[in-house]
Design a protein around this ligand. Structure first.
Ligand code: NAD
Length: 248
């Protein structure tokens, strides 16, 4: 039984839902952040999970905005206390080859995937260091490790998350705060449902394990990394990709 408070950005999304459930199962107080414009679907999500036995708090917050993130964390601290575990999971794609990419496609993807990691982590890091405990996990992507056609924006943002992870891990290593990234391969969520079926079939045929991953595969890894006992793993990137991209 853990008595930690965990904030999951993008918590009502495909991976976020599985992560919220896994942390709830081990006894964490879980808060899922959602886009302010998604309050109605987020409330329906919360009710659905409640029927399944999961008591998860929801909070609106646009994590691409420093100002809104600051407001969100202040609200969390006022209502639930401090954040012990932060999972930076909010993300978007706007796939196009660079020749066709507009400035907005670049800015939106970099701001939501990478800017958010600064915006949210900046609000909680000081408290974690002062209290001598923190677990931060940044959800990157296999495509941040190897690049992907049509994803210069997304690959750059996801690769940037690794740099952030390693630098902050060094700044907080002696203070009980671990910072790691997880790089999923292709996981069955609405994000990958957007990939045309023929392209998806081609991708699956190249995955050594022979299938797309389940959100629970990622949630299991997050639960492990955010466990109190995982205090000697920091600055690491854990690939969870069915063998799609092997590296050391
Ligand atoms: P998803 O679209 O189901 O969930 C993403 C969530 O982020 C959504 O709930 C969305 O509303 C939220 N979000 C987007 N912009 C936001 C903002 N500005 N502020 C707050 N919330 C915002 O996608 P998913 O598949 O669950 O992806 C979760 C994370 O995992 C993403 O960072 C994604 O890049 C990464 N990832 C996913 C896969 C995959 O195969 N599904 C693979 C590699 C990496």
């Amino acid at each position: 039984m853990s008595n930690k408070t965990a904030l999951i950005t993008g918590g009502t999304g495909g991976l976020g839902t599985a992560i919220c459930k896994a942390l709830c199962d081990r006894g964490d107080r879980v808060i899922a952040c959602h886009l302010p414009s998604d309050t109605a679907p987020a409330t329906a999500w919360q009710e659905r999970l409640k029927e399944e036995g999961y008591d998860i708090a929801i909070i609106p917050g646009d994590v691409s905005s420093f100002t809104d993130t600051k407001r969100m964390i202040a609200e969390i601290e006022a209502n639930y206390g401090w954040v012990d575990i932060l999972v930076n999971c909010a993300g978007i794609t706007r796939d196009k080859t660079l020749r066709k990419m507009e400035e907005k496609d670049w800015e939106d993807v970099v701001n939501v995937n990478l800017g958010s990691v600064f915006n949210v982590t900046r609000q909680v890091i000081e408290g974690m260091i002062e209290r001598g405990f923190g677990r931060i996990v940044n959800i990157s992507s296999v495509n941040g490790q190897r690049g992907q056609f049509g994803q210069t924006n997304y690959s750059a943002a996801k690769a940037g998350m690794h740099g952030f992870t390693m630098a902050l891990a060094q700044e907080s290593a002696r203070k009980g705060v671990t910072v790691n990234s997880v790089s999923p391969g292709y996981i069955a969520t609405s994000m990958t449902e957007a990939i045309p079926e023929d392209v998806r079939n081609q991708i699956v045929s190249g995955i050594p394990v022979g299938r797309m991953g389940d959100p629970e595969d990622i949630a299991h890894t997050i639960a492990f990394l955010t466990d109190e006992k995982s205090d000697y793993i920091t600055g690491a990137n854990i690939p969870v990709n069915g063998g799609l991209y092997m590296s050391f």
